[in-house]
Unconditional design. Structure first.
Length: 185
């Protein structure tokens, strides 16, 4: 089965608050490449992926992001990670994310983001790493946060690029997968 790689901040975060790994009001879209990597690790797609109806929820999103949604009979769907109980299906107690470095781009980026103007920004109110470290939005604190989550600006830009490319170029395969997942619901 899948190799387990500990990501301490994933487990630490999930124990302190409703984190990105366990917040039900969020959905985490998967790229085609991320789905393929999880399947290559031995997971069955129906065990880790589902579809989320995002109809009407994308009005304020970027155009590239909207292109990741698949229209089925007038409803818009994203392929997203499944929950296992209150947590992401890939989060295992005391192990962290079992996908390790192959976890979805949005997970690798959190709490950071690259906006449409290519600026790096981060979530102050939601992430316990930011709260516990008393970080603000200064450049100095951005560097501390990058170090805390073991990422670089270059990596974040690559993750965003992979999301943009996948959402704009894999429409046919994405639609096929959405239809298959809808049949399983």
């Amino acid at each position: 089965m899948a190799e387990t790689i500990t990501r301490n901040y994933c487990m630490d975060c999930s124990k302190k608050q409703d984190s990105c790994c366990c917040a039900r009001e969020f959905y985490y879209p998967l790229t085609i490449d991320e789905i393929k990597k999880a399947v290559a690790k031995g997971f069955k797609m129906e065990d880790f992926a589902t579809v989320e109806d995002v109809s009407g929820a994308l009005n304020n999103e970027s155009e590239w992001y909207k292109k990741g949604a698949v229209d089925v009979n007038g409803k818009e769907y994203f392929i997203v990670t499944k929950q296992k109980g209150d947590y992401c299906c890939f989060l295992e107690n005391e192990k962290g994310c079992i996908l390790g470095n192959d976890r979805p781009a949005v997970c690798k980026m959190f709490p950071l983001w690259v906006d449409d103007d290519e600026n790096l920004t981060y979530e102050i109110d939601f992430c316990h790493i930011v709260k516990d470290s008393k970080l603000d939005k200064s450049k100095k604190d951005l560097k501390k946060l990058l170090k805390a989550v073991n990422e670089t600006e270059e990596n974040l830009r690559e993750y965003k690029k992979s999301l943009c490319e996948d959402f704009t170029k894999n429409k046919t395969l994405r639609k096929e997968l959405v239809f298959n997942l809808l049949k399983l619901k």
